[in-house]
Design a protein around this ligand. Sequence first.
Ligand code: CA
Length: 379
Amino acid sequence: MIETKICRLLWRGVISSLFFIMLVAASCGHANREREHRPAVPPAEGALQAAPVDIIKITEPAERATSVTNRSLKVAFEPVGDIVPDSVHLYFDGSLVISIAGGHNEAVIPAALTGITGLKEVRLVAFSNGKRPHSVSRVVTFNSDIEPDWYRFRVVNRFPHDTRAYTQGLLYHEGWLYEGTGLEGESTLRKVDLESGEVVRKHRIDDRFFGEGITVYQNRIYQLTWTHNTGFIYDLETFREVGRFYYNTEGWGLTTMGDSLVMSDGTNRLYFMDPNGFNLISSVEVHDNEGPVSKINELEYINGEIWANIFLTDKIVRIDPISGRVIAYIDLEGIIDPSLIGDKTDDVLNGVAWDPENERIFVTGKRWPYLFEIELVSL
Ligand SMILES: [Ca+2]
């Protein structure tokens, strides 16, 4: 028995050694082949001339500058050597703005082109006879040029809400509330009677998924999951799963704007997706007049605006989805008696729904005992 073990160990040693020798031989062969392919002479003079040459540097805007939307932006540059460019092309956010003729060293990006918030690239490409075009860039952050309005609220109605519902998606559609709930092992899709809070239809999601935002598009319900990059499509009536879709961000909030689905991922970005295949159409970064507004969570499209609650706060932000600018904030502090909330850090505001026929706004939170119908009060 012991002899067999020793033999086996020896035999294993022989095999390992052989494998090592083969590896060394293979790598030597590879090194030889590389040597064979290495050019014997230095590159020709023409090849050296084709190497990039710095022609200009940007002097304005400053590095990582901040500006505001709908304001023009001056761009200036200067030569770094003796070469004077024949022309310089100015690009803003990926599009050509103007070709600046040789001898001039500044241009203006007109206000009409700076209407969208977020980080934008300013790029100059300098052309000089016989030289490879020289490209330099800066990034500029565009905050909103609007000072947001502030609103408080008035509770118009209070309806019961299931305290087991870890609300991650909420919408109102043709007389019914629909709710998506989260947590692994507890995630559901629900159809709820507004007045009684009774769950009239419920679909349990596979235990490994953490359910997130929901929306309705053409008699189908779309539901995101948090970190599984997977979404579900259900028949609105039966809750039967009719398809899945995939995305490369986290999934937080979801709503419908015309023929686009609008998704949030916990950052300050809104993604506009084609419901057919969930392809990205465009995205926008949300900024107010002071900077980016991150942790954008549950969404609702209301009269041309996207309303979103900001995760872990009592605030709803009203966003212009075209420009990314914050139009207003709604402060819901005090809407629920804290003694009615089980977990004060986790059971936060997370659900905005809109009844377009009766112009009613509904809000609730994770495991809150109530869902509120509110009206806005100007401050
Ligand atoms: Ca919603």
